[in-house]
Design a protein around this ligand. Structure first.
Ligand SMILES: [Zn+2]
Length: 180
């Protein structure tokens, strides 16, 4: 990707905006990702099933491991690339625990096995550097935006609260609160 972006950058300098070469280069990686071998699973209690198509953001090569027991009534998840955000907070709030990693990724539940992907959900997972855990929440896009907005608002408030400490040297903390 980095190499491609560099080439596109060079082309952009030499070509007029909207040059044909730019358009010709862009779709290539997506096309390759779309050509996947259909995945066939063999339920213990039924005929082989070809899994439904992946959503375009699914990065799983296979959805079931070899020899993984599958039942005809099962479903499965499509999953996209994870964003990992390390924090300094010890996992579970326990002393001596590893730091908590917040992972965010797109998920979609497909059920039954041959069905297409269900609606895309944003999964937030709390884990450690080594492991994901069951501590997670799946949110619809609107819910994910609400979580993101709440976090941004809180972060902004926290940062603004930190700033005046130096600027408001002449004011009594108590006096400032009473005035508002
Ligand atoms: Zn998939």
């Amino acid at each position: 990707m980095r190499a491609l972006r560099g080439r596109l950058g060079d082309l952009a300098v030499g070509l007029p905006p909207g040059g044909r070469d730019l358009a010709a280069h862009a779709p290539a990686p997506a096309k390759e990702e779309g050509e996947r071998m259909p995945e066939v699973v063999r339920p213990r209690d039924g005929d082989p099933v070809t899994l439904g198509p992946c959503p375009p953001w699914c990065t799983l090569g296979r959805h079931f491991a070899d020899g993984e027991p599958v039942d005809a009534g099962d479903g499965y998840h499509h999953a996209g690339t994870e964003a990992e955000v390390p924090t300094a907070y010890p996992f579970g709030g326990l002393t001596d625990a590893e730091p908590t990693i917040v992972r965010a990724a797109l998920k979609s539940w497909a059920h039954p096995l041959g069905a297409g992907p269900g609606p895309a959900r944003v999964e937030l997972n709390l884990g450690t550097p080594a492991a994901r855990t069951d501590l997670c929440v799946e949110a619809a896009p609107a819910g994910a935006r609400a979580i993101a907005r709440a976090l941004l608002d809180l972060a902004g408030t926290a940062e603004r609260a930190g700033e005046p400490a130096g600027a408001a040297t002449g004011q009594e903390p108590g006096g400032a609160q009473e005035g508002q």
